[in-house]
Design a protein. Structure first.
Lengths: 165, 473
């Protein structure tokens, strides 16, 4: 529409109307490709450009680096791998890991956590506990993103829940 | 009022109901189209969650169930009137907004005039099932003694056994009047309600032209402009009565925008009137059936391409549709003039916008896309270059008869009008999801400095061309 800002436009561009038509053609293409793509039979020839995952019927693939709900790793005999060294609780920036250490007693190792609680409401899922762990005993790879509960207290998960994966 | 006029009146009322119901249905469907179409354009899926379970089947009907859920949600919300608002005007504004576009639709013909060649039907024959009258015989003093109460035997089987077991009451002389308390049911074709209303008149169906328009006004397009402008009252009243600064700002924007584009809208349409020689929409559409050089239909988009673009633009601005939706803007003035509306009243504003869109596409269809005119085909026959003929001479005419062909052509014309309307509607939807909205000063600059001069130039050029080519094209 004239004016100094439009000096570097060619005159068909400044005519404005042709550019409007071009824009309309782009949206028309998107519309028809998607509509035809969703028709049965024809849908195999024209692929719709939608990238929507129909969650919860359809799961989106999760990256292996994904950090989510924690779990406690086990030894080969099925007992807890953690030795209650407190590295994770020390590294945790939001102070959501509470460990009470105790004697293990079975000779495999000296210490084990008597109780291991993680407050998921406080947790920021930064993954520092996983990095700090010398034994690879705490992990965040449950790939479980649907932990909905009715009570706030249910979000403080204990040792049994952490071992149950 | 003659019987023919009464018939046209009844038909007009029928078309009014038809248009009202049809447009409302379409407007309801458009809420779904708006969502699904925008989803398709933006590579999304769109609404597909609302469903009806029938046994093991889970019907979502590609999101159509959502349009059933919408009204439930909207109508069950609290109908809120803000403190300090003018309650009467606050309620009146959405009503005006919704009623105006329906009135405009009245003058738009949706099918060509249909010639009926049947027979003249006397008024007495118009109520075949109702032309009996039950009354006390001793009250029938206005019927002279000896009047023959007749009912043809062919009608008797319909109502005789059903309503009166006394076979002697008809097909004979008037029963004895002197008996004071004698009560008989008598039948008379002459006493049928239609005969009483229109004595001696007949429905002249031997040569009748049925019009498919609610009101066939000579002023046609002027009526559309005059009534359409009243929609600005809805905006102003809503903004003023809400007692809200944002509402008022939105109303001011809306009003100035609508009034600015009103000027250009009127002048744009002048070019069309100059070509077709009248403002009556019936006439404009009728003339669009002509052919240019025997091939191209003389539609408005062919003769007035610039006016088509300008009127489309002005119309979009007039109904405040994106990219001209300045009166509402979430980041600046919330929802504009209907910020303070909820529940039913908000629904009315939303529906008014959809109905206005339908009316705009109907107007564009009528003025520029031939209205109900199907190219190369009319009620009489077909014609394209040398290939021409009348329906009566073809197999179609022989099979269906004159009235059958008329009905077929009418249905085709109504279908063509509807499809064209839907295509324009689709274009309006596509524009809403393609173009970014204007800034306020851009809208004003475009209205006054681009559209209006172009519209004026269009009128001048049309006039010059018409003056030089009269008689050639």
């Amino acid at each position: 529409m004239g004016g100094p800002r439009h000096k570097n436009m060619t005159w068909p561009e400044r005519l404005y109307f042709i550019e409007l038509l071009k824009g309309l053609l782009i949206t028309l293409r998107h519309f028809w490709v998607n509509v035809i793509g969703f028709l049965p039979l024809v849908g195999k020839m024209v692929k719709p450009e939608t990238v929507t995952y129909q969650w919860p019927e359809e799961e989106r693939p999760i990256s292996p680096r994904w950090r989510g709900k924690h779990r406690l790793n086990k030894r080969e005999d099925g007992t807890v791998k953690c030795v209650a060294c407190m590295c994770c609780a020390t590294a945790c920036p939001s102070e959501c890991i509470h460990i009470v250490a105790g004697e293990r007693g079975d000779g495999v190792d000296e210490k084990m956590p008597v109780s291991f609680e993680i407050d998921l409401f406080r947790c920021v899922f930064c993954g520092m506990c996983v990095e700090a762990c010398p034994l690879n005993a705490i992990l965040m790879d449950t790939m479980d993103m649907r932990f909905c509960k009715y009570e706030p207290d249910d979000f403080i998960i204990n040792k049994e829940q952490l071992l149950d994966w | 009022m003659s019987l023919d006029q009464a018939f046209q009146f009844v038909m007009s009322a029928l078309w009014a109901v038809l248009i009202f119901v049809g447009v409302l249905q379409l407007a309801g469907l458009m809420t779904w189209v708006e969502r699904k179409l925008s989803a398709m354009i933006q590579d999304r899926i769109g609404p597909n969650r609302a469903n009806i379970r029938l046994g093991k089947y889970n019907l979502t009907l590609i999101g159509l169930i959502h349009i059933m859920c919408d009204p439930v949600k909207l109508f069950t919300k609290e109908d809120f009137v803000p403190e300090g608002a003018n309650k009467a005007l606050h309620t009146l504004a959405p009503v005006i907004g919704l009623v105006i576009p329906f009135i405009v639709f009245c003058v738009i013909p949706f099918a060509g005039p249909m010639k009926i060649k049947y027979r003249d039907i006397p008024s007495a024959e118009l109520c075949p099932l109702v032309h009996y009258l039950e009354r006390d015989v001793n009250m029938a003093a206005d019927v002279p003694m000896g009047t023959r109460w007749s009912m043809p035997a062919k009608d008797m089987w319909l109502i005789g056994p059903l309503f009166n077991p006394d076979k002697n009451a008809y097909a004979g002389d008037l029963p004895y009047i002197g008996h004071k308390f004698q009560r008989k049911t008598v039948y008379s074709r002459d006493l049928s309600p239609m005969y009483r209303l229109f004595p001696g008149d007949a429905l002249h169906l031997s040569d009748y032209t049925l019009k498919f328009v609610v009101a066939d006004l000579e002023v046609g397009m002027l009526f559309v402009f005059a009534i359409g402008t009243l929609a600005v009252y809805s905006v102003i009243l809503a903004g003023w009565a809400s007692n809200n600064k944002y509402s008022f700002l939105g109303a001011m924007r809306g009003a100035s925008q609508m009034i600015s584009y009103e000027v250009a809208l009127g002048i744009t349409a002048v070019g069309v009137f100059m070509i077709y020689g009248g403002v009556s929409l019936a006439e404009v559409v009728q003339r669009q059936g002509d052919l240019l050089w025997g091939v191209v239909p003389k539609w408005g988009i062919v003769t007035q391409p610039l006016a088509f673009l300008l009127l489309f633009t002005c119309g979009m601005a007039e109904i405040k549709r994106v990219p001209f939706d300045l009166p509402e803007g979430e980041s600046e003035i919330i929802a504009g003039y209907f910020t303070e509306y909820s529940s039913t009243k908000f629904t009315m504003f939303m529906f008014a916008e959809f109905v206005e869109m339908i009316v705009l596409s109907a107007t564009i269809t009528t003025l520029f896309l031939g209205g109900w005119q199907i190219p190369w085909i009319d009620a009489q026959g077909y014609h394209l270059l040398g290939w021409a003929g009348a329906w009566a001479d073809t197999g179609i005419g022989e099979t269906l008869g004159a009235n059958g062909v008329g009905l077929l052509i009418m249905v085709l014309q109504a279908g063509k009008f509807t499809i064209t309307l839907l295509v324009v509607l689709y274009l309006i939807f596509m524009m809403r999801w393609t173009y970014p909205r204007f800034r306020y000063d851009q809208i004003m600059r475009m209205g006054w400095k681009m559209v209006l001069p172009l519209a004026l130039a269009n009128v001048v050029v049309t006039g010059v061309v018409l003056a030089f080519t009269r008689g050639f094209v």
